[in-house]
Write a protein that binds this ligand. Structure first.
Ligand code: ADP
Ligand code: MG
Ligand code: ZN
Length: 502
């Protein structure tokens, strides 16, 4: 990796105005591939999920996946795009070993969706509108594994293995119009856009959009122009950035790098770049081909896609509430700050909390458990909240047991611990571990009397009016009841017995 000179971020922004373009690829969650019946499940042995069509064998004929088209329309509609009355697939011709047909079936000048926008909310609450150029359908390539080298890259490898199981999996590519006017917030806008798009895709149910698994990846195009200039500068295109944080860092790095090149009198070459997670830098990839080099032409083996207007309108009517709108609604309903809502979102706790409330828990309680004890557990285990072995209904049941006085906070935590350990439902854990609060006044009274008898000196102090000493007796009773008493009630009983007023 070569060391690159950078200009400080502030200096870069003092002289230049960044323009960005974001291209996001989303792998759809369809059961089968885009143009054949092969399964999209990637757990199987290499090349086990292939057929003559996705291997590009001569004479094989592709057929369009209807769910793939439906998903593309849903995404287009959610992005406020126009949906084409009629469009075609196109062949994008180039050679690469992971693409057995020597062309990628894609869409070129006739995308299924075009001219839309997505409003994204920045951290301070400001809303920034990102305009969408188009969303089109295409297919994924296979996967190469380079063997024998130290780095896993093709350089230095002795040979490469090819797995075509991923070849033909449906992708939607969503391309923004040039994003202007973000200024110093360009990296933040890029991150917020990808985050919002990911939420939207998940809400539509068309993909799980897990960036860490490559189900969603972003190419960050960036150029600088002198402040006040109209004409765009030359862009670089940082490919396959696969986390929200990396999208922000890649944009930031490129702003600093472009500024260094431009301010020293150099020129930016239009090229692809690789992003490096370790230090947030980018390095040169290949000089960017022009579209003409791909010799795009309409795919003759597939019929045009002409979605019926009734179908489009039906899908429009079924769109879910947009994530940003839903978030703002929930924030108001729950009475939390923008900042708290952001934490809830980052923790992946929105849906668990909503479901816990739906199962009958008060909002503040649902929030408390998911953002407290359960978030801590998920963190420790390195898993998502949603992957914890406890259901929202079970959390709601724990809340109900606390509300009716059967559990205090400490016992509730132990109950949750038992559920997570696989000991059964909250009620089963409470019964098996004997966790219920001792609310039987007779039993409590006995425990109080025993504590007083065993701590005569302290009891005398309390009788003499030193009420602060009561804490020690409360502690003794709580210990004797293994924490299962209501501490406030214990204190009342002690003061009553000793004739002191609290
Ligand atoms: P390609 O296929 O070469 O990647 P696309 O049109 O698919 O081209 O995507 C280019 C992306 O970069 C789009 O989001 C576009 O809005 C954006 N873009 C185009 N020109 C510039 C530029 N000079 N600076 C920054 N972004 C640009
Ligand atoms: Mg591109
Ligand atoms: Zn196939």
């Amino acid at each position: 990796m070569t060391v690159t000179d950078l200009v400080s971020y502030d200096d870069a922004l003092a002289t230049y105005d960044p323009v960005m373009g974001l291209e996001v690829h989303v792998e759809l969650g369809t059961k089968t591939k885009m143009f054949c019946g092969c399964s999209t499940e990637l757990k199987q042995d290499a090349n086990s999920q292939t057929c003559p069509t996705c291997l590009g064998l001569p004479g094989a004929l592709p057929v369009v996946n209807e769910i793939g088209v439906e998903s593309a329309i849903k995404i287009g509609l959610a992005l406020h795009c126009e949906i084409a009355e009629w469009c075609r697939f196109a062949r994008k011709n180039y050679f690469y070993p992971d693409m057995p047909k020597n062309f990628q079936t894609s869409q070129y000048d006739e995308p299924i969706a075009y001219n839309g926008y997505l409003d994204v909310q920045l951290e301070d609450g400001e809303v920034f509108r990102v305009e969408i150029e188009r969303a089109h359908m295409e297919e994924d390539t296979g996967k190469s594994t380079h063997v024998g080298g130290a780095t896993g890259r093709i350089h230095g490898a002795s040979h490469s293995l090819l797995d075509y199981n991923r070849a033909g999996i449906p992708l939607i590519e969503i391309v923004t119009k040039p994003i202007e006017g973000a200024g110093e917030r360009a990296p933040e806008v890029a991150k917020a856009y990808v985050a919002e798009l990911r939420e939207l895709i998940k809400a539509l149910g068309v993909s799980e959009a897990r960036m860490e698994q490559g189900q969603m990846r972003c190419d960050v195009n960036l150029s600088l122009r002198p402040k006040g200039a109209e004409k765009f500068g030359t862009r670089s295109e940082t490919k396959n950035v696969n986390s929200l944080r990396s999208v922000e860092r890649a944009a930031r790095f490129e702003i600093q790098r472009h500024a260094a090149v431009l301010s020293s009198g150099g020129t930016i070459v239009q090229e692809t770049r690789h992003f490096h997670e370790e230090d947030g830098s980018t390095t040169a990839g290949r000089i960017k081909d022009n579209a003409e080099d791909y010799r795009y032409f309409p795919e003759p083996d597939l019929v045009p896609v002409a979605p019926a207007r009734e179908w489009v309108e039906k899908l429009r009517a079924e769109l879910p509430e947009l994530p940003r709108v839903r978030r703002n609604r929930l924030r108001e309903e729950w009475g939390v700050t923008e900042h708290d809502m952001q934490s809830i979102l980052n923790a992946g706790a929105v849906d668990p909390i909503v479901q816990t409330i739906d199962a009958g828990a008060p909002a503040d309680q649902a929030r408390k458990w998911w953002m407290g004890e359960l978030a801590r557990r998920a963190n420790e285990g390195g898993v998502d909240l949603a992957a914890l072995p406890i259901t929202p209904a079970q959390v709601a049941r724990v809340c109900a047991l606390v509300a009716e006085g059967s559990l205090n906070d400490k016992l509730a935590r132990q109950t949750i611990e038992g559920v997570l350990a696989g000991e059964g439902s909250p009620d089963e854990v409470v019964a098996a571990r004997g966790l219920a609060v001792v609310s039987d006044e007779g039993a409590l009274g006995t425990a109080v009397d025993e504590a007083i008898a065993a701590n005569a000196a302290i009891a005398d102090k309390i009788r003499a009016g030193k009420i602060a000493a009561a804490g020690a007796l409360v502690g003794a009773v709580m210990k004797a009841t293994r924490g299962q008493a209501d501490a406030a009630r214990v204190r009342e009983l002690i003061l009553e017995r000793l004739g002191a007023e609290g």
